[in-house]
Design a binder for this molecule. Structure first.
Ligand code: FBP
Length: 560
């Protein structure tokens, strides 16, 4: 038998909490419909592209005294995109609801992400299978992938696989791009009278799949707590040795929610927020000057150490970089089959080809970067056409540029200290942690609720569980039409319908919290040490949600 750690054994026994409407039983639900909805932008284009699924109402569930007979259904589930703690519990919740509705129901898991449904690679779940994964981190139950579901051929193959397995509903657990796939698939199935529903679940550690209806994506809670633990440990180390500046880049792709949350939990000396950099049109030089100013002032106080938190997507928000990367993305799409580029013998030859094609101002910016970063910017785009920011070592770029600037200041007698830097990148460390109690409950509820949406015949909906700062019994379960969150954006050089990403709002309460405190945190060491996620013990330690969720919900409640 497989050996399990003591925590694994104990977590397998944890019974996640459900909203009371769902806890009363899957066959005793009533659906309440709101009014018709619109997409967040580009309404005409989105309506044209989603003729069959556009404009549906937001729905919520409440307990009904009338219990209904449930027919037999087979459902397929896909884990899509990057790992996020709690994915296994979404599947467990879906499985439990499906079996509770009718024990003859079957749940199939498609292997390796969306490609599983196209290639017909799947497993059928049973109790033993599911029980081994309850409340565990990771997506290893069926694996994940980033295949973009968008072509007629992929849709036709998916339909054939579903027909073969008699599947009448598919649940896609993913982020904004994966749920865009879900919306496209839902529309295609309706258009072709396939009789297959598609339901999405809001997953991503990045926390950027949220809006007025979705309070937070799952995984954000656990991942940010994991990074905060690590940053807190580094703060203590820095404060003990007093000899290093630690530059910590934190995952989160474009949005800075993860870096911002980790900063509120740990109070480091410097926190960069990409959205602010863009809004204030801060050049790379001005960012370096801002950081050097703090380093120099701390050195004047005899503090040659500190912690700087850097969001993963920073580079894309620095205006001159953003323009260059957008230009570069289009060029990279056109160079995919260019034999001179593909067969270039040295990386420098590739740099030359790219520089010759970039517009003049962008070519200058590209040419000014260190070789390491130039090469990383040429790495393959992800299947959605995005630069893979996790592969660009912005933290090292900043260290290099800051060192150079401090040398200059030293030679002018304006820097009297020492600068020894350590770089870190926290990302993968947090994506497969055991889900916190919050994520364990939230994910289980999202999965259970996904089956409720299926049982009411809905398609093109995102599973939604709201009122998340209240006890789980008071959470509100329901569904949001995926088209409601969509707009048109440029991908791979073409305008495409996509779910709008939520970036950090600079006028929001979360950023404000940082803004109000960062000068103090820069000079006076107000480090906080959150420690490891606790699963057992006092509720004030085990069940607290993130600062982000608490601050945003408090504001929503005041405005309600
Ligand atoms: P999702 O948007 O798919 O949830 O991915 C989140 C993420 O962890 C980002 O924070 C990060 O930039 C990216 O995945 C890394 O991707 P990969 O796992 O392919 O290296």
């Amino acid at each position: 038998m497989e050996k399990l750690s003591p925590l694994q054994i104990e977590r397998l026994k944890y019974q996640p909490k459900l909203p009371s409407s769902l806890a009363e039983g899957i066959n005793g639900l009533e659906m309440v419909e709101g009014s018709a909805t619109q997409s967040v932008r580009d309404q005409e284009q989105i309506q044209e592209l989603f003729k069959n699924t556009y404009g549906k109402p937001v729905v919520t569930f409440k307990h009904s005294t009338m219990s209904k007979e449930a027919g037999v259904r087979n459902v397929g589930v896909i884990l899509s995109g990057g790992q996020a703690p709690g994915g296994h519990n979404v599947i467990a919740g879906l499985y439990d609801a499906l079996k509770q509705a009718n024990s003859a129901n079957k749940l199939y898991g498609f292997l390796g992400g969306p490609s599983g449904i196209i290639d017909g690679k799947y497993v059928e779940f049973d109790d033993k299978f599911i029980d081994a994964y309850r409340n565990t981190g990771g997506f290893d139950i069926i694996g994940s992938g980033r295949t973009k579901l968008e072509t007629e051929e992929q849709f036709e193959k998916s339909l054939a696989v579903c027909k073969k397995l008699n599947i009448s509903a598919v649940v896609i657990i993913g982020g904004d791009d994966s749920n865009t796939n879900a919306a496209l698939l839902a529309e295609w199935f309706v258009k072709h009278n396939a009789g297959i529903q598609v339901i999405g679940c809001p997953k991503t550690i990045d926390g950027d799949l949220k809006n007025d209806q979705i309070e937070i994506s799952f995984g954000f809670d656990t991942a940010t707590k994991t990074y905060a633990e690590l940053i807190g440990n580094i703060e203590r180390d820095a404060n003990s040795a007093k000899k290093y500046w630690h530059f910590v880049k934190i995952m989160g792709r474009s949005a800075s929610h993860v870096a911002l949350e980790a900063a509120l939990q740990t109070q480091p000396n410097i926190t960069l927020i990409s959205e602010e950099v863009e809004e204030k049109k801060m050049s790379l030089e001005s960012i370096i000057n801002y950081m050097c100013d703090i380093i120099v002032k701390r050195a004047d106080m005899g503090k040659n150490f500190g912690i700087a938190v850097i969001p993963e997507g920073l580079i894309e928000f620095i205006p001159e970089m953003k323009s260059m990367i957008a230009n570069l993305n289009d060029i990279m799409a056109s160079l995919e089959n260019d034999s001179a580029f593909v067969n270039a013998t040295t990386i420098r030859d590739k740099f030359d080809i790219v520089e010759n094609r970039l517009e003049d101002n962008n070519a200058k910016v590209y040419a000014s970067l260190p070789v390491l970063i130039k090469g990383q910017l040429l790495a393959d785009r992800d299947p959605h056409g995005n630069v893979q920011v996790s592969k660009i070592e912005t933290e090292k770029l900043l260290i290099e540029m800051i060192s150079t600037r401090l040398e200059e200041l030293k030679s002018q007698g304006e820097f009297i200290g020492k600068f020894n830097a350590q770089s870190h990148f926290f990302g993968y460390e947090g994506r497969c942690a055991f889900p916190s109690n919050f994520d364990a409950d939230y994910c289980y509820s999202l999965g259970f609720n996904a089956f409720a949406l299926i049982s009411f015949g809905l398609t093109g909906y995102l599973s939604s569980v709201r009122n998340l700062t209240a006890p789980a019994s008071e959470w509100v379960a329901g569904g949001i039409p995926l088209t409601m969150m969509m707009n048109m954006e440029k991908r791979h050089g073409e305008m495409k319908p996509v779910i709008q990403k939520a970036l950090v709002k600079l006028d929001g309460p979360v950023f404000k919290q940082l803004e109000d405190n960062r000068e103090d945190w820069a000079m006076n060491d107000r480090y906080l040490f959150p420690g490891a996620i606790q699963y057992f013990g006092p509720s004030c330690v085990c069940d607290v949600t993130t600062c982000t969720l608490q601050l945003e919900r408090a504001k929503q409640l005041v405005n309600a």
